[in-house]
Design a protein around this ligand. Structure first.
Ligand code: HEC
Length: 154
């Protein structure tokens, strides 16, 4: 009985949020489907979307994942590296309407409470239409959001 409960808890804790698993939330462009298929098999998109790496660093990171069991042909793996370098390179913006929790938290430095407020707002009202709308989201620190404006894409 105890063991069953423990197993159930572990399974629940490991299940990624459904919306982070959604390939459709990844930035569009060549390699998106492959990245969705190859990189979201073991964890959700937050793991890589919260990172901002150079091409070389992405190449190393993906090689590390291949060692851990990520599967793809060499050409597919290369396409994924290019996709990641293009969309999650140094200074790449955060797409505020599709970014998962970890990306908003880590890249923009929002607090847990602020990210929750934003995700709740997104859930309730759908996609934000402007940067000004972001400033109006209850619970968002306006000064902090303003300071990150150049890194935020609507
Ligand atoms: C076979 C399982 C598996 C696949 C497939 C996989 N990963 Fe991972 N990944 C892991 C594990 C295990 C960790 C470490 C634990 C965690 O953070 O979830 C991890 C962590 C990460 C991290 C955090 C940094 C680190 O080294 O801990 C990044 C970035 C990452 N993965 C990117 C990717 C990318 C990009 C892909 C697609 C090419 C990918 N992963 C595919 C298993 C996998």
């Amino acid at each position: 009985m105890k063991l069953t409960l423990a197993v159930a808890l572990v399974v629940a804790a490991c299940a990624p949020a459904a919306d982070d698993k959604d390939v459709g939330r990844l930035p569009e462009g060549p390699g998106r489907e492959l990245a969705g298929r190859i990189c979201m098999e073991c964890h959700d998109s937050g793991n890589f979307r919260k990172a901002r790496l150079t091409s070389e660093e992405w190449s190393d990171s993906v090689a590390d994942m291949v060692e851990r069991g990520a599967k793809g042909t060499p050409a597919e793996i290369e396409a994924v590296v290019q996709y990641l370098a293009k969309n999650f390179g140094k200074g790449a913006p955060v797409r505020i309407n599709t970014a998962p929790f970890a990306e908003i938290r880590v890249v923009l430095g929002f607090t847990v409470a602020e990210v929750r407020a934003l995700l709740e707002y997104r859930e309730k009202h759908g996609a934000l239409k402007s940067f000004e709308e972001l400033l109006q989201v209850p619970g968002i620190d306006q000064a902090k959001a303003e300071a990150q404006k150049s890194r935020i894409r609507i």
